[in-house]
Design a protein around this ligand. Structure first.
Ligand code: PMP
Length: 408
């Protein structure tokens, strides 16, 4: 495997040159959003300078070129996820909208009162609340896949949760709160053995490892551009073709129809356009393609291996701090370090460490059910990306020790 040239990677990220409170920025909030390489910034700029037009409509040159660029990105997403067919890629605003599309497009068409959806306790709220909304409206039942004290899914319990009424398993590939990497392929096999489908939330996996939706056996797979070095406001849902074709449109409007008539009713465009009502985030869609090009050229395996090294260094560093408790000690983890400190509130640590130029996340990470199990309502979370260095990790640990000394 190639080794990441981190100094070279860093040169692609102009924001890394800025200072925060007079200190060099150390950005360790990558699980919330990753920074944007110059190639993506240039792509956005170029789009508005040269290409800007509405897509799929006009016959003029700009409309054609913008459409080709946007649809070209769909091919890149297809490649990135290992999907068989470009029609299986639906552009969305991100992971949240992708999951809501499954809940509304697939769920409403296929779920009845009493049907069961298995949702893990370590889900992001975006993979919990859409199912709760359906439970309220349709009377479906949510069954919770438990998590052990390391923050690992309890697979034995998982197997016992299935019944004839189980229609869907909704799990993340990587937990944003703890970094746990879930065995989604095994989870998918078990779901399929029981005739259920599986929706995988890949928001945290796509920046860290190569994803192959076919090898996983995912029926649906969701991710967000802004966590894979792309722009905000764009992401995608992968869905198996026959599932998408059998789904109801969720939002209605332009772009998603074949014909509209008050007398004869309306027919829909073929997938994926059936699910892409209205003018989409065109510039962001095009630039997502540039982000995936950047990730592929940099090498996702090298990025993942580097993040593993950063995580090891950070884990070792903070383990020497008195009264610090790590949450999420799974053997298989992505670059996420979540912890609480005796006698120091997470918020205070976050605010004070920001004064030293270090950006980490504090709070519930949109995973309140998981944190509740561990008896906390907030943690500090440092999360790593391709451009972070071992020196930054050491500086973070030193800053953390200083800050803890101040608040205790
Ligand atoms: N799932 C996971 C695991 C996440 O980390 C996030 C973002 N924190 C989301 C879903 C939601 O993604 P978005 O806000 O981009 O829709």
């Amino acid at each position: 495997a190639t080794v990441l040239d981190v100094a070279r990677v860093r040169r692609d990220f102009p924001i890394l040159d800025r200072e925060v409170h007079g200190k060099p920025l150390i950005y360790l909030d990558n699980a919330a959003t990753s920074q944007t390489p110059i190639q993506v910034i240039d792509c956005l700029d170029d789009y508005y300078r040269r290409l800007n037009a509405n897509i799929h409509r006009g016959l003029h040159t700009l409309a054609d070129e913008a459409t080709a660029a946007y649809e070209g990105s769909r091919d890149k997403v297809r490649d990135f996820l290992g999907a068989a067919d470009r029609r299986e890629i639906v552009f969305t605003r991100g992971t949240t909208e992708a999951i809501n599309l499954v809940a509304n497009g697939w769920g409403r068409a296929h779920l009845r009162a009493g049907d069961e959806v298995l949702v893990s306790r370590m889900e992001h709220h975006s993979n919990i609340v859409p199912w709760q909304l359906l439970a309220e409206e349709l009377g479906i039942v949510i069954r919770v896949i438990p998590v052990d004290e390391r923050g690992v899914l309890d697979l034995a319990a998982y197997r016992t949760l299935f019944s004839e009424r189980t229609k869907l398993v909704a799990v993340n590939h990587v937990s944003n709160a703890f970094g746990t990497i879930n065995p989604v392929r095994e989870l998918a096999e078990e779901a399929h053995r029981h005739g259920a489908l599986i929706l995988v939330d890949g928001a945290q996996a796509t920046p860290h490892q190569v994803v192959d939706v076919q090898a996983i056996g995912a029926d649906f797979y969701a991710f967000s551009g802004h966590k894979v070095y792309g722009p905000t406001g764009i992401g995608a849902l992968y869905g198996r073709l026959e599932l998408l074709e059998a789904m109801r449109p969720w939002q209605g409007g332009g772009e998603m129809i074949a014909t509209v008539s008050f007398e004869a009713g309306t027919t829909y465009a073929p997938v994926p356009h059936k699910f892409e009502a209205g003018t989409p985030a065109i510039a962001e869609g095009v630039a997502l393609g540039a982000a995936l090009d950047w990730v592929t050229a940099t090498g996702l395996e090298a990025i993942g291996a580097w993040e593993d090294q950063l995580l090891r260094r950070a884990t070792l560093g903070v383990s020497r701090i008195d009264g610090l408790r790590l949450l999420g000690t799974a053997p298989d983890k992505a670059g996420v370090l979540s912890f609480v400190v005796d006698g120091a509130h997470a918020q205070d640590i976050g605010l004070l460490i920001d004064q030293l130029g270090v950006a980490i996340r504090t709070g519930h990470h949109c995973a309140q059910p998981l944190l509740a199990q561990f008896g906390v309502d907030a943690t500090c979370r440092a999360s790593f990306a391709a451009y972070n260095t071992l020196d930054e990790v050491d500086a973070f640990v030193a800053a953390l020790e200083r800050v803890i000394g101040m608040v205790r």
